[in-house]
Design a protein around this ligand. Structure first.
Ligand SMILES: CC(C)(COP(=O)(O)OP(=O)(O)OC[C@H]1O[C@@H](n2cnc3c(N)ncnc32)[C@H](O)[C@@H]1OP(=O)(O)O)[C@@H](O)C(=O)NCCC(=O)NCCS
Length: 163
């Protein structure tokens, strides 16, 4: 498999916040934003791997500013780091007041997708091309997060909650 640049799997979507997307305060419901983030990020994972993918994990998500009904939400996603069978996708979310055009940074999330075959068994993904210093920095930071995630995954598998 030939390595691919993050540019080949970059994805972006814009949505306007409508009444069914809001909570009782007229702000975008957090669960809805998570769904949008997962959807856009999965496009990057699909484009990079060109195979089926499942969401493995979503790192901590901090909602930094309320997103109001009528706001225009922009979500961008790009691959920062890959392992043999996983892809870490960085998503950034901005919100724009449709009247004033004032833009605010709303949140950022790192999602890990696992590429799988028809039976749900993990399969290999292409390497990520590193073309610039910035790509290298994002790769190195992704590698650190990946190590941390692997430890967390091991712990949660080792000590599952009782039910
Ligand atoms: C994700 C899944 C396919 C992994 O299967 P598995 O047999 O446990 O996979 P493995 O232990 O062989 O791990 C394969 C790779 O995935 C990584 N991985 C496995 N589970 C992961 C998770 N939950 N989050 C992040 N990475 C994960 C492993 O670290 C390994 O990475 P590597 O390429 O660095 O070696 C499986 O646990 C699954 O189907 N989970 C449910 C996914 C789902 O339903 N998501 C929500 C709906 S899309």
């Amino acid at each position: 498999m030939d390595p691919k640049s993050w540019k080949e799997s970059f994805a972006m979507v814009q949505r306007v916040v409508l009444p069914p997307d809001t909570n009782v305060f007229g702000n975008l419901y957090g669960g809805r934003l998570m769904e949008w983030i997962d959807n856009v990020a999965s496009i990057s994972a699909f484009k990079h791997s060109r195979s089926k993918v499942v969401t493995g994990s979503i790192d901590s998500l901090y909602f930094l500013t309320p997103i109001k009904m009528g706001d225009i939400v922009t979500i961008e996603s790009k691959i920062d780091y890959v392992t043999r069978e996983t892809m870490e996708v960085e998503t950034t979310v901005f919100t724009e007041d449709h009247n004033t055009a004032v833009k605010r940074f709303a949140t950022r999330a790192f999602l890990t997708y696992v590429a799988v075959d028809d039976l749900g068994k993990p399969v290999q993904v292409p390497d990520l091309k590193i073309e610039t210093e910035e790509d290298r920095t994002r790769w190195d930071e992704g590698a650190r997060r990946s190590e941390h995630r692997k430890k967390q995954l091991k712990e949660i598998k080792q000590f599952p909650p009782k039910f």
